[in-house]
Design a protein around this ligand. Structure first.
Ligand code: HEC
Ligand code: HEC
Ligand code: HEC
Ligand code: HEC
Length: 491
């Protein structure tokens, strides 16, 4: 005490400094305490369920009554205005952009119509509108489109759900991807509702209920953004080909072992594998997944509104939102980060196009071989190489975002694709010479989607007319029945 008085009289400035310093420290300690309290109340607010939600409630707006912020941000997936260089929410006709695709998928409904993915809100509209659903499809196609799916699987049993036809369940499946798909309505914990993922984990000897919270922030996406096939001619049981692992080679081996064929190519007669969208699998080979960054970290960043922090449910291209999606971890400017993404995408695109050109040529040359009397035995090894080349190309092409999520693995896969295709072409060139056919074989004009479609023999006007008839009658009927049914549900 004596010393303090001495200090005040001898060095008043130092004393004042000490006093002010203490005040500042006390102020910040208080602020910190308050912020902890605030955060706790944020957390409480986040999980308040005012109106109990039924176990299999499919309607997003009913969930939304409890969770206005999440619902309002989810509704933004309606927006179709953002286009980045390769992605975004705008409707893009991929066949127009790349007519080569038409030839690669000759013999499969994708050659009729293929658009870039839009927001989750459009899942039902887009599957109704596509020319691909004019060929008879199983109900399995609905699996990744709607919150009605968990409800129906619970009512009907999983295998009976898959066995129905797509048309039969049209009036039942009307609510687009939403809350029910990822959340438990009692606790709002993340939960897996799609059996395909749970079963794939089981067959690998893993238990998905043991997954960490951070892993769940990716696994909810892995219910749909993955590779799968419909197992069994009549069962059409949705199955992930992961038994031997999730690399492109391991899945290829799985498909070869079970002799799975998605379609036989019209030109080359190759037993083709159509990749779905192994987004989650390919991403696991990238640095972000390996550093524990989850899909939700970039595609569902946190947002603050009126002092409340919540998860942005406007799932979209992170390039529409670099500050919240990337700059929470990276200090570089938006432009630098954007350039980083584009640089990777551009380079993968270059390889992707090389692979496409090689595979298209292989299909056309194989057709020439058949036309000139090639035998099954001559073609066997060639067709296996084309099958593998196309699977590997498609694996990367269909992996939305893969060229950013895992650029190195994407490049490696495409290199092996180009390698297989060119090996097939070397064999083809020898075979064509043996058959007395003049090489090189002339390539068709594939400069537009229309030219490519007429080359593979599609009658597009007829297909479009068929779809118009369907759209002008059936969906309205489905929606009417669904509205009647739903109005009887309690909420
Ligand atoms: C480190 C951030 C990051 C992580 C983690 C991440 N993504 Fe992405 N994702 C991106 C970027 C960047 C793009 C490219 C968007 C574009 O081209 O507009 C993208 C693209 C996509 C696309 C295509 C979107 C479009 O508009 O074309 C899908 C689908 C996707 N990601 C799903 C996933 C899934 C599923 C996971 C988890 C397995 C995941 N992403 C993890 C950053 C990320
Ligand atoms: C129930 C299945 C399902 C789940 C679960 C799901 N998606 Fe999707 N996702 C889809 C479908 C189907 C589309 C394409 C919709 C369309 O084009 O109509 C899509 C589209 C997207 C797009 C493109 C939208 C755009 O604007 O570019 C992104 C990005 C995306 N999903 C990311 C994710 C992420 C991240 C998760 C997990 C947090 C996730 N999805 C969970 C099925 C699903
Ligand atoms: C594609 C999967 C997916 C869909 C669809 C989805 N959510 Fe979420 N939701 C998540 C993820 C991931 C989180 C973050 C959870 C965490 O980290 O604990 C989350 C968090 C939440 C939370 C916790 C608070 C917060 O903001 O972090 C609430 C509440 C919530 N969601 C409500 C909804 C509602 C309401 C809907 C439908 C309108 C919905 N969710 C649709 C994946 C989804
Ligand atoms: C949750 C944190 C987190 C988020 C969000 C995140 N990153 Fe990263 N990013 C990382 C980590 C960790 C690494 C690995 C670097 C390391 O370990 O030093 C990385 C690496 C990278 C790299 C180098 C990858 C390579 O190919 O070598 C790029 C580029 C990058 N991030 C861009 C982005 C972009 C663009 C976004 C937003 C779309 C994003 N990151 C979002 C954490 C994050």
């Amino acid at each position: 005490m004596k010393k303090m008085q001495q200090l005040i009289s001898e060095k008043p400035l130092v004393a004042w400094g000490l006093f002010l310093g203490t005040v500042i420290i006390v102020f910040f300690v208080g602020l910190f305490g308050a912020s902890i309290v605030e955060r706790r109340s944020e957390a409480i607010q986040r999980f308040q369920i005012v109106k109990p939600i039924a176990e299999w409630e499919p309607r997003n707006e009913v969930w939304g009554e409890n969770f206005n912020r999440q619902f309002e941000s989810y509704i933004k997936t309606l927006d179709t205005n953002f286009a980045s260089k390769y992605g975004g929410s705008a409707m893009v006709d991929m066949l127009q952009r790349e007519p080569n695709l038409v030839v690669l998928w000759a013999g499969y409904a994708f050659s009729r119509d293929y658009n870039q993915g839009r927001g989750h809100y459009y899942a039902i509209d887009d599957i109704r509108n596509t020319l691909r659903t004019d060929v008879p499809q199983p109900a399995t196609c609905w699996t990744c489109k709607s919150t009605d799916v968990p409800r129906l699987m619970n009512e009907m049993g999983v295998s009976d759900f898959y066995k129905k036809s797509w048309n039969e369940l049209g009036e039942e499946v009307v609510n687009a991807i939403g809350c029910q798909d990822c959340h438990d309505p009692k606790t709002m914990n993340l939960r897996i509702t799609r059996p395909g993922l749970i079963e794939a984990f089981n067959r690998q000897g893993k238990d998905i209920t043991k997954a960490s919270h951070q892993d769940m922030r990716s696994l909810v996406c892995a219910q749909c953004h993955v590779e799968y096939y419909f197992k069994g001619k009549t069962e059409k049981y949705l199955t992930f080909p992961w038994d031997g692992g999730i690399s492109v080679e391991q899945m290829e081996k799985y498909y070869d072992d079970v002799e799975h064929v998605d379609f036989v190519h019209t030109l080359s007669k190759t037993p083709v594998l159509k990749a779905q969208h192994p987004d989650w699998e390919l991403a696991q080979f990238g640095i972000h997944a390996q550093r524990g960054v989850a899909c939700a970290d970039c595609h569902m960043p946190y947002k603050s509104e009126g002092g409340v922090k919540f998860t942005d449910h406007h799932i979209q291209s992170p390039l529409n939102n670099i500050s919240r999606s990337c700059q929470v971890c990276h200090k570089e400017s938006e432009q630098t980060l954007l350039n980083n993404v584009y640089e990777r995408q551009d380079k993968i695109k270059e390889l992707l196009l090389l692979a496409e050109h090689s595979i298209v040529k292989a299909h056309v040359e194989a057709k020439a071989a058949w036309d000139n009397g090639a035998k099954e035995a001559d073609m066997k090894s060639i067709l296996t190489k084309i099958r593998h080349a196309q699977w590997r190309w498609d694996y990367v092409a269909a992996s939305h975002g893969g060229s950013f999520h895992a650029p190195l693995e994407s490049a490696r896969i495409l290199a092996t694709s180009i390698g297989r295709a060119e090996e097939a072409r070397v064999e083809l060139s020898k075979l064509l010479t043996k058959l007395g056919v003049q090489t090189p074989i002339a390539m068709p004009d594939l400069s537009t989607k229309e030219k490519a479609q007429s080359y593979i023999g599609l009658d597009m006007p007829k297909l479009k007319e068929q779809k118009k008839t369907f759209l002008s009658t059936v969906p309205a009927e489905w929606d009417k029945k669904a509205t009647e049914r739903q109005s009887k549900m309690n909420n």
